[in-house]
Design a protein around this ligand. Structure first.
Ligand SMILES: Nc1ncnc2c1ncn2[C@@H]1O[C@H](COP(=O)(O)OP(=O)(O)OP(=O)(O)O)[C@@H](O)[C@H]1O
Length: 382
C-alpha cells in the first residue's frame, strides 16, 4: 500500500499502467530520497489506496444512526430538478449505487448525473457517505451494486483496472493524499511521470510553475513531513490542476474537492481558496474557449471567505480546463451554499433532496430544514 499524508489531492488517470517506473528511476539516480515506496512501486501494479480519516460514528446495529429515516421527508424535492432529455453532456452517471462496509450500509441506491459545466455540492450530515460516493466516482472504491458510467461507458472496477479514457478525474482529499515518501516535485508531477511522454525536465519545470501559482517556491525537494498543513493543501492543489500541456487537446476534467480547507485556520483557508481561483484563471484554455469554461465552488465555514465569495462572476468564470467541480462539506447553508449551483443532500444512504442553492433554505423538507438551521430538534440525530 502506498503511504499517504494527511492532506492533498490526486488526479486519477482513467488509463493506468505500472506504477512509478520513472519515479523509481529518479529515486535510484540518487537525486532524491530512496525509500520503500519506490521498491514497492516497481513490484506492484498501481493500486492507489486512499484512506480518508473519518471519526467513528455512533451507529445502530444496521450501520445507521439511531434515528430511522423519516419517510415524510421523501415527499418534497427528492428529485424534482429539471433533467434534460439529452444526455450528451453527462460526464458521470451514478445509477442506483450501493455500498456497505461490513454491516454498515452506507449508500442505499444513490443515483445522479453530473453534466459538463456543472458545479455540484453534495451535502449532508457527517458519516452519510459523501466521501464514499466521491471515492466511487473517482474509481477508488467499487460499488457493491449499481453502476457508474463515465461519459457513457460503464466502469467495470477500480480506476487501476480500467482502460477508459477521455475524462480526467481529480480528487482533493479532506485528508490522506500526499505520498509521504515522495518529494513535493514527485507528488505534484506524479501523474505526468506516470502517464505522459513529457521529459523529466519539462515536468520539473511545469511542477515549478504550478507550485509558484499556489504561492510555493523552492520546496520541490522537500518531503510532505517538512511542510505545514496549509502548504500541504497548496501542494495538493497544485497536483490537482497540473496537466500535460504538450498535448494538442486537453481532456475534460472533473475535480472533486472533499472539504479542501478542512483543518485550516480561517486565513489559511482563504489563502487556499484564493489560490484555487487564481491558478485556474491561468488555465491554458481559459475564458477564450467557451466549451471549457466551468464553474468553481468553494464550500467553507470561514466568514472571511464567505464575504469574498459574493463575487459570483469571478466564481463562475475561473476554471480554464476543468469542467465540473464537486465540493463536499457540511455546509452552513444560509451562508455558503448560495454559490454552489446544484445541491444534492445525502442522508442515511439516500438522496433525500436535490435542488438549486437558493431553494435550500426555503425547503419544507424537515431534514433539510434541520440541517439548514443547525437545530438539535428534528429527524437527524447524532
Ligand atoms: N474503508 C472504510 N471501511 C469501513 N468503514 C468506512 C470506510 N470508509 C468509510 N467508512 C464509514 O462509512 C461511513 C461514511 O463515511 P464517509 O467518509 O463517506 O462519510 P461523510 O459523509 O463523508 O462524512 P464527513 O462529513 O464526516 O466527512 C462512516 O461511518 C465511515 O466510518
Amino acid at each position: 500500500m502506498v503511504s499517504l499524508s494527511s492532506s492533498g489531492s490526486l488526479l486519477f488517470p482513467l488509463a493506468t499502467k505500472s506504477v512509478s517506473s520513472r519515479l523509481s528511476t529518479l529515486a535510484n539516480s540518487g537525486k532524491k530520497p530512496i525509500n520503500s515506496f519506490y521498491y514497492k512501486a516497481k513490484e506492484e501494479q498501481r493500486k492507489v489506496v486512499c484512506a480518508c480519516v473519518a471519526p467513528p460514528r455512533d451507529l445502530g446495529t444496521d450501520g445507521f444512526p439511531a434515528t430511522k429515516f423519516n419517510d415524510s421527508s421523501k415527499s418534497e424535492n427528492v428529485n424534482t430538478l429539471f433533467e434534460p432529455e439529452d444526455d450528451g453532456d453527462v460526464l458521470i452517471d451514478c445509477r442506483n449505487v450501493y455500498k456497505s462496509f461490513g454491516e454498515k450500509h452506507i449508500l442505499r441506491g444513490v443515483s445522479f448525473k453530473i453534466r459538463h459545466g456543472e458545479a455540484v455540492g453534495i451535502i449532508g450530515p457527517s458519516g452519510t457517505g459523501k466521501s464514499t460516493i466521491l471515492k466511487i466516482i473517482a474509481g477508488l472504491l467499487a460499488p457493491d451494486k449499481g453502476e457508474v458510467y463515465i461519459r457513457g461507458r460503464k466502469r467495470a472496477g477500480l480506476i487501476s483496472d480500467e482502460e477508459i479514457s477521455g475524462l480526467r478525474i481529480g480528487l482533493v482529499f479532506q485528508s490522506a493524499a500526499l505520498f509521504d515518501s515522495l518529494t513535493v516535485r514527485e507528488n505534484v508531477g506524479f501523474l505526468l511521470y506516470e502517464n505522459s511522454k513529457m521529459r523529466d525536465e519539462q515536468i520539473s519545470e511545469l511542477v515549478k510553475e504550478n507550485l509558484a501559482a499556489v504561492g510555493l517556491k523552492g520546496v520541490e525537494d522537500r518531503l510532505p513531513s517538512e511542510l505545514s498543513g496549509g502548504m500541504k493543501k497548496r501542494v495538493a492543489l497544485a497536483r490537482s490542476i497540473i496537466f500535460d500541456n504538450t498535448k494538442e487537446s486537453v481532456e475534460p476534467e472533473v475535480l472533486l474537492y472533499d472539504e479542501p480547507t478542512a483543518g485550516l485556520d480561517p486565513i489559511a483557508s482563504t489563502v487556499v481558496e484564493d489560490l484555487i481561483r487564481s491558478v485556474h484563471k491561468k488555465g491554458e484554455n481559459g475564458l477564450a474557449n467557451p466549451g471549457n469554461i466551468a464553474s468553481y465552488v468553494v464550500v467553507t465555514h470561514q466568514h472571511s471567505t464567505i464575504r469574498r465569495a459574493v463575487d459570483r462572476l469571478c466564481l463562475f468564470q475561473i476554471f480554464g480546463h476543468i469542467d465540473v467541480v464537486i465540493i463536499l462539506g457540511a455546509v452552513a447553508p444560509d451562508k455558503e451554499v448560495f454559490f454552489i449551483y446544484r445541491l444534492i443532500f445525502l442522508y442515511e444512504g439516500k438522496i433525500v433532496w436535490q435542488g438549486m442553492t437558493h431553494e435550500f433554505t426555503s425547503s419544507s423538507n424537515p431534514i433539510v430544514q434541520q440541517f439548514a438551521s443547525g437545530s438539535l430538534e428534528g429527524p437527524i440525530r447524532y
